[in-house]
Design a protein around this ligand. Structure first.
Ligand code: ARG
Length: 458
């Protein structure tokens, strides 16, 4: 490509360190689309003549068909996908292929291709997250009334419904989608025409290539456009946040599937056995979702470190932007699909959830609230009184609502018969009807709103 200036070829290690084809061949569709938009614009601007435009465009389409059928060949001498395409074009149509690179550089080319790729990745994540949300909403609807212990510090805290718990992840996924959507909006400007770094003297129509490629507008500064990779970092940061959310749910599935909990049975399709312990049914998929989140965050950190301290404009360090993005994308797509599958197919065990909800004195706060409401006791004092009741129940190995009225009145004589209306887990859950609370009616209202949003593509 630059043979005019060089007497010798590269050392083999140079060839190897320099090449990006082993990974950037994933950009081939975007590279060909951007070249077709560029050559059409060069023709429309009368920078190259119509017959050449046609030959180049047909050649590019032929290459796309070849790559589609046989994959992209990997020749380390041809550094990257841009040179592979141009080299093949030259083989197919001869020297006229050399006109394609008029008013263009690999610097604006790669910036354009990669934006297009990340844009597709964002759209794929949005679709994946919408499917994940639909799965959560469907299971939440099924279990809007199913009681389970709610935890803080992983200690039984207050009873909640399983529907409410699942809908918490719907909300996280909603924000994840909005982060990807934000990233897409900022990304959607076309670098094409920025050339190597300073723009070009050719009379380009950058609006035309931008719109042909679905960009909202051309970028406004050529130095910025060829060198920054904040769009890739936006993607990786949104992906990392999404992976963290999936990892939290994965961790809950691991805990819930354990024998001491027994809240769920994972289907065979998402479990593995042990080669030595026949009774085992391991939640490997959930553990890998949890594990992959670390690798995704690592990919994000890798690109952060690559970009730190790079002077304007393009530097070859930037070539290292692609592997972390591809790795994070593949891991996140898999994690999302696996988590969606597990949510869809797992068997919840409501009896077990209820038994644990009833066993951890989870209605202690309800008793304290009753004292505040019905007996005008200051909350701190009520908290103390209930602490004594919990201790008494523990000493007897009983539940709070197993204590008799006489037991409770011995602790505080302001306690009356109606306290038993709030001590059951069902009453406790039904009473938490503030907006966004766990009461089944509240949860059902949120589910209805979520279904409507999903139907509208939100
Ligand atoms: N393979 C390069 C990359 O991915 C393409 C740009 C090369 N530009 C250059 N000036 N060497 O970044």
């Amino acid at each position: 490509m630059w043979g005019g200036r060089f007497a010798e070829g590269p050392a083999s290690v140079m060839r190897e360190i320099n090449a990006s084809i082993p990974f950037d061949k994933r950009l081939w569709r975007q590279d060909i689309a951007a070249s077709r938009a560029h050559v059409a614009m060069l023709g429309a601007q009368k920078i190259i003549d119509t017959a050449d435009v046609q030959a180049i465009d047909e050649g590019l389409q032929a290459i796309a068909a070849e790559y589609e059928a046989d994959g992209v060949p990997e020749d380390l001498d041809l550094e990257d996908i841009h040179m592979h395409v141009e080299n093949r074009l030259t083989q197919l149509i001869g020297p006229v292929a050399g006109r394609l690179h008029t008013a263009r550089s690999r610097n604006d080319q790669v910036a354009t291709d990669f934006r297009l790729w990340v844009r597709d990745a964002i759209d794929a994540m949005d679709a994946g997250l919408a499917a994940f949300q639909s799965a959560l909403v469907a299971r939440a609807e099924e279990h809007a009334d199913t009681l389970m212990p709610g935890f803080t510090h992983l200690q039984s805290a207050q009873p909640v419904t399983l529907g409410h718990h699942l809908m918490a992840y719907y909300e996280m996924a909603r924000r994840d989608r909005s982060r990807f959507v934000d990233a897409r909006a900022r990304l959607n400007e076309s670098p094409l025409g920025s050339a190597a770094l300073a723009g070009t003297g050719f009379d380009l129509d950058r609006e035309a290539t931008a719109s042909a490629l679905g960009f909202d507008r051309p970028t406004d500064n050529s130095l910025d456009a060829v060198s920054d990779r904040d769009f890739a970092l936006d993607y990786l940061m949104a992906a990392t946040q999404c992976a963290l959310h999936l990892s939290r749910l994965a961790e809950e599935f691991v805990i819930w599937a354990s024998q001491p909990f027994g809240f769920i049975t994972l289907p065979d399709a998402y479990s593995t056995g042990s080669s030595i312990m026949p009774q085992k049914r391991n939640p490997d998929a959930a553990e890998l979702v949890r594990g992959h989140s670390g690798r995704i965050a690592g990919s994000m950190t890798a690109l952060v470190m690559t970009m730190k301290g790079l002077p304007l404009a393009y530097a070859k360090d930037t070539q290292d932007d692609k592997p972390p993005v591809f790795e994070a994308h593949d891991l996140l797509a898999l994690s999302l699909a696996a988590m969606t599958g597990m949510v869809e197919t797992t068997t919840f065990v409501p009896e077990r959830m209820r038994a644990l909800a009833e066993s951890g004195h989870a209605t202690a706060t309800d008793l304290a609230d009753w004292l505040v409401r019905e007996a005008n006791v200051p909350f701190r004092e009520a908290h103390h009184i209930v602490g004594s009741a919990v201790k008494l129940a523990d000493d007897r190995g009983a539940k709070l609502d197993d204590l008799s009225l006489a037991d409770l009145q011995a602790i505080d004589d302001r306690i009356g018969e109606s306290v038993f209306d709030v001590l059951s887990v069902d009453a406790s859950v039904a009473s938490r009807s503030s907006h966004g609370g766990t009461a089944p009616d509240q949860v059902r209202a949120r589910i209805a709103a979520a279904k409507q949003a999903l139907e509208q593509g939100e």
